[in-house]
Design a protein around this ligand. Structure first.
Ligand code: FAD
Length: 424
């Protein structure tokens, strides 16, 4: 196999990963100076903040994904390749990919992060992560398959295991999934499954730290927990999961929760790529980078977003693994690559914190802007506007908006489909 990238008199920038950071860089980079090659293992950009709505049958996967080739229609000196990058030959300036070797002048690693099971193989085998559209879809399939299984269960014990859902990790993803499932249990499932008693269905959120939404202020954490409890979610703080065998979740205090559905949103680790000196790999799978996003000790190789760790006095553990740092780093690096071509001084990266937010359910959200915190209906409306604005493509925005309005008015979207491979 050969990547067949045409030769060019321009310097070649290879970007690995078309997530928030890599895509922003690819869009902003000067085509006057560079040939740009974007490589991704998917042929589409995915909007991760709304994965949970795909997982809970609120949105179709296609409304939060956008094909790279469409984004770059009619863009000269741009080439997309669908491939997985496995290794970098640093000195030779070559990356090894599933479609062969590709030479670069500048390499940018923007591969994001994957689920971290913290080395627990048993949990990894049975729990469901949510770091890609296909994983979100797999959660949707499992949730509804389990309910079908519950209808047919012969014992109360089996029914309980099929109906209960446990979510591990009380960050924004865990909170959003738990809240949405609780609303579904109240308004939708009793209509779909009239022969079942949904008062028996437990939705349990487990979090190791004393608070949910631990990265936010006390006020937001308290409010989010209050919302969850109001919706009937069982929230257990200071609770660590030590095992899961597909039927029972085992907690550190040795108690067990019966469930065949465990959603894992308890941690991430960077998708680092091999080939570099040991010293640049930091804990959590992140690359140590300087203030220009250059990987320490390398020339012309950069990392940005979730996979990069730029340590500073203000951010001793690097920037938060969120969309904004990745986008802002992509923007800054695009400017710096142009400055490199023009022999100008580089601009160090400075993170502008635009705030954070999470939604728990309809009319229930918490928002923290740099100088202002608020909750409730207004926060929920702001959350929706911010997310709608960030989705790529007018059609996708329209579809998401339409789904939200329909769902708000009717409490009843009809996306509760189990779509799996044909059984042989
Ligand atoms: C469920 C969920 C909800 C989230 N909600 C929010 C939120 O509300 N707000 C917020 O700010 N952040 C949120 N985040 C975090 C945010 O999505 C990430 O911080 C952000 O996507 C990081 O951007 P990135 O460019 O570093 O990587 P990503 O956006 O993860 O992109 C990485 C890209 O690299 C590709 N890739 C990876 N490895 C390889 C390889 N070896 N070869 C080829 N391609 C590869 C992947 O296919 C992907 O396209 C959420 C994340 C998840 C999972």
């Amino acid at each position: 196999m050969n990547a067949n990238i045409p030769n060019s008199d321009k310097k070649r920038v290879v970007i690995v990963g078309g997530g928030f950071g890599g895509l922003k860089l690819a869009q902003d980079i000067s085509k006057e100076y560079f040939q740009v090659v974007l490589i991704d293992r998917n042929n589409y950009h995915q909007f991760q903040p709304l994965f949970y709505q795909v997982a809970t049958a609120g949105l179709e996967p296609s409304s939060i994904a956008f094909p790279f080739r469409k984004i770059f229609h009619n863009k000269k000196h741009f080439h997309f390749r669908l491939a997985e990058v496995n290794n970098v030959k640093v000195e030779a300036k070559i990356i090894e990919t599933t479609i062969g070797e590709i030479q670069f002048d500048y390499l940018i690693i923007a591969t994001g992060a994957d689920t971290n099971f913290f080395g627990n193989e048993q949990i990894q085998k049975f729990a469901m992560p949510m770091k890609s559209i296909s994983e979100a879809l797999s959660i949707r399939n499992t949730l509804f398959q389990r309910l079908e299984d519950a209808v047919n269960a012969n014992t109360e014990e089996e029914k309980e295991k099929c109906m209960n859902i446990v979510i591990v990790g009380g960050g924004p993803t865990g909170v959003e999934v738990a809240g949405t499932l609780a609303e579904m249990r109240s308004y939708i499932l009793p209509k779909d499954y009239p022969e079942m008693d949904f008062k028996k269905m437990k939705i349990v959120l487990l979090e190791g730290s004393p608070r949910v939404l631990n990265a936010m202020s006390d006020e937001s954490c308290v409010k989010a927990k209050e919302y969850l409890l109001k919706l009937g979610v069982e929230v257990h703080n200071n609770t660590n999961v030590v095992g899961y065998d597909g039927e029972y979740v085992t907690l550190k205090n040795e108690s067990k929760i019966p469930t065949k559905t465990l959603i894992w949103s308890a941690g991430v680790k960077g998708n680092s790529i091999s080939g570099f000196e040991e010293s640049v790999y930091l804990p959590g799978g992140r690359f140590a980078v300087d203030e220009f996003n250059q990987i320490l000790g390398t020339k012309n190789i950069f990392a940005l977003g979730d996979v990069a760790c730029m340590q500073s006095e203000k951010y001793p553990k690097g920037h938060p693994q969120m969309a904004q740092p990745a986008i802002q780093q992509g923007k800054n690096l695009a400017k710096n690559l142009k400055r490199i071509a023009e022999n100008s001084d580089l601009i160090p990266f400075e993170y502008k914190d635009l705030g954070s937010m999470a939604t728990v359910g309809r009319n229930k959200a918490v928002v923290e802007l740099p100088n202002y915190k608020f909750q409730g209906f207004f926060a929920w409306a702001v959350w929706m506007v911010v997310h709608l604005k960030s989705i790529l493509g007018i059609r996708n925005r329209f579809l998401v908006f339409l789904n939200w309005v329909w769902n708000y008015l009717t409490y009843n979207l009809s996306l509760r489909l189990i779509i799996t491979h044909k059984k042989k």
